[in-house]
Design a protein around this ligand. Structure first.
Ligand SMILES: [Zn+2]
Length: 492
C-alpha cells in the first residue's frame, strides 16, 4: 500500500525533532528544532498535506539540515525548490516558515488537483501537473530527477522495484521516526489479519489506575476509595482487552506505588491507546444531584492523528459508561487544549492534564475516564460491587475493540479464554475459578466435553494444579488423570 502525500500527520513534532537531533545535533536553522518540526505539522495541516512526510523530505534534501549540497542555510529552502545543478542554488525564502509553506504547497500540487487553501506562495506551483504524484513512492523522477542512483540501477522502474528511489528514501526516514510500521497500520482499517474473535490483535493498550494507595475516599461511605476502585477496574479492563487480543501494559507495578503524572502517560510509548481510570468528585461533601460520566481527551492542535483517535474513542466509550452505570445525567465528552505551563518554562504551551500530556508527547491517543462521582451515594454503592466493575470493564473493552476493528464486538469468554490459553507456554499452575457455587469442574479423559469423566474438582478447591499440555482450550493435568477446560481456571 502506498503512502499518500495528503492527509493528517502521524508523527509528533517531538518525535521528529528528537530524530533530527539524533542525526545532527547542530542543524543549521535559525529556530529551535522543535519549532521547525511544529511548523511542518501546522503548515501541512493548513493545506491538508502530511507535514511529517514533508519534514522527512527536508531531512533527505538537506542531509538533516546540514546543507552539504548546493543549497546554503540562508536560503531557507529545505526541499531543493528550483535547485537544478551545483551552480543553480534555486529559490531563496525570507524565513523558515515561508520556505516550509512553499514546500507544502508544491507537494500539494503533485498530490492533488484540489485548490490551495492559502495564498499561493509557490512561484513554481503553476508548472506542476496537478495530481501527477499522489503518493510519496511516486516522487522519484518527478520532484527529484533522476530520483535514483544511476550507478546502481538501469532505470527508475528498477530502483522503484527495489524500493530504493527518492520517495522510498524519504519514507525510510519517516519509518525510523515513528519506529516501524505501527502508526501506519493503525490507519488501515482494511487489515485482513483482524479476526472476529481477536479484534484487538496487534494493538497495544496502556492502562493507568488513576491513584495509588488509599486515595479520594467517599465522604459518606467510608469503604469507598477512588484509588481502590480504579485498581480493581483496571485489572478487569486488562483481562477483557487481552481476551480481545490486545497486548496490555499497566503503569503501576503495584497498588501502593506512586508515579509522576507525566511518566504514567509516557509509559504508553509505542501503544495505540492510553486510558486512566477515575471516579469524579464535586465539592467536599456529598452531592446526590450530580452523576454523569466524563471522558477527557486532548485537542492540542489538528495536525496529528493521535488527537482525532482519542476524540473518536472518547465519543464511543462515554455513553457506554453512562449506560452500564445507569447514570441519570448521562455523559460528557470533554476536550482540553494546551494552555498550561506544566514544565515551568514560562510558556503556556503544555497540555492540560499531566497523564494525557505524557501520553501525547509519546504520540499515544489518551483518555481520562471518570466513572461517575464518588460524591453520589448511588454511584458509590454501584462501584463497590465487584460484579458491576466486571460488567463495566467488559463493556469498555468491547467499545474500544469496536473502535479499532470497525465491527460490533462482544467478549465471548469461552472462545477468547480458549485462544488466550492456547498461546501459553507449559507447564504452569492453575486454580479452579469461574465455577458456579456448589458445582464441580469435570476432569475428562480427552480434551473435549463429550469425553469420559475421570474425576472432578470442587468449585472452591483451594489447591494449585500443574498443566503440562494444552489443546483447544483444555489443559492436561500433570497427574495424568485427564483434562480440564481452562476457561474454568485462572493461572496461579
Ligand atoms: Zn481521580
Amino acid at each position: 500500500m502506498k503512502t499518500p502525500i495528503m492527509g493528517k500527520s502521524v508523527a509528533t513534532a517531538e518525535q521528529m525533532s528528537k530524530y533530527l537531533l539524533s542525526k545532527n545535533p547542530n542543524p543549521k536553522i535559525e529556530i529551535p528544532a522543535l519549532t521547525l518540526c511544529k511548523l511542518y505539522l501546522y503548515l501541512g495541516a493548513l493545506e491538508g498535506v502530511r507535514g511529517d512526510l514533508e519534514f522527512c523530505r527536508s531531512c533527505w534534501e538537506t542531509n538533516y539540515f546540514s546543507f552539504t549540497g548546493t543549497v546554503v542555510p540562508e536560503q531557507n529552502n529545505f526541499c531543493g525548490h528550483g535547485t537544478t545543478s551545483s551552480t543553480n542554488k534555486g529559490s531563496y525564502f525570507s524565513d523558515a516558515a515561508t520556505g516550509i509553506l512553499v514546500q507544502i504547497q508544491h507537494a500539494k500540487a503533485y498530490a492533488t488537483a484540489d485548490p490551495l487553501n492559502y495564498d499561493c506562495l509557490d512561484d513554481r506551483y503553476k508548472w506542476v501537473k496537478k495530481g501527477s504524484a499522489p503518493y510519496m513512492e511516486d516522487m522519484g523522477g518527478k520532484w527529484a530527477v533522476p530520483g535514483y542512483d544511476t550507478k546502481k540501477y538501469g532505470s527508475l522502474e528498477a530502483a522503484n522495484e527495489a524500493e530504493d528511489s527518492y520517495g522510498y528514501k524519504i519514507l525510510g526516514i519517516y519509518k525510523a521516526i515513528i519506529g516501524g510500521d505501527k502508526a501506519e497500520t493503525e490507519n488501515r482499517k482494511d487489515d485482513e489479519s483482524m479476526s472476529i474473535t481477536k479484534p484487538l490483535s496487534g494493538k497495544k493498550i496502556c492502562i493507568d489506575a488513576g491513584h495509588y494507595g488509599n486515595y479520594n475516599r467517599c465522604p459518606a461511605i467510608p469503604e469507598y476509595y477512588e484509588s481502590i476502585m480504579a485498581w480493581k477496574l483496571h485489572l478487569l479492563q486488562k483481562k477483557y482487552l487481552e481476551q480481545l487480543g490486545a497486548t496490555v501494559v499497566v503503569t503501576r507495578a503495584d497498588q501502593k506505588k506512586d508515579l509522576a503524572l507525566y511518566n504514567r502517560g509516557a509509559a504508553s510509548k509505542g501503544c495505540d491507546l492510553f486510558i486512566s481510570d477515575h471516579s469524579n468528585a464535586i465539592g467536599s461533601g456529598m452531592n446526590e444531584a450530580i452523576d454523569y460520566a466524563a471522558v477527557y481527551h486532548l485537542t492540542d492542535d489538528t495536525s496529528v492523528t493521535c488527537d482525532d483517535i482519542s476524540k473518536a474513542i472518547a465519543k464511543k466509550i462515554a455513553p457506554v459508561i453512562a449506560s452500564v452505570m445507569g447514570l441519570k445525567q448521562g455523559c460528557k465528552v470533554l476536550s482540553r487544549k494546551s494552555g498550561t505551563d506544566r514544565n515551568h518554562d514560562g510558556v503556556m504551551n503544555d497540555n492540560y492534564y499531566g497523564v494525557l500530556h505524557g501520553a501525547r508527547m509519546v504520540g499515544t491517543p489518551g483518555l481520562i475516564l471518570e466513572h461517575g462521582f464518588h460524591t453520589n451515594s448511588a454511584t458509590v454503592r454501584w462501584l463497590l460491587n465487584d460484579a458491576n466493575l466486571d460488567k463495566l470493564a467488559k463493556a469498555e473493552a468491547e467499545a474500544i475493540a469496536e473502535y479499532f476493528s470497525g465491527k460490533k464486538v462482544t467478549v465471548d469468554s469461552a472462545a477468547s479464554t480458549t485462544t488466550t490459553a492456547t498461546t501459553s507456554a507449559v507447564p504452569y499452575t492453575i486454580k479452579v475459578a469461574n465455577v458456579k457455587e456448589g458445582d464441580v469442574l469435570n476432569i475428562r479423559k480427552e480434551p473435549n466435553a463429550n469425553s469420559d469423566k475421570t474425576g472432578s474438582l470442587k468449585w472452591n478447591d483451594p489447591l494449585k494444579y500443574t498443566i503440562v499440555e494444552e489443546k483447544n482450550g483444555w489443559g492436561k493435568l500433570k497427574s495424568g488423570i485427564g483434562w480440564i477446560n481452562l476457561k474454568y481456571t485462572v493461572k496461579a
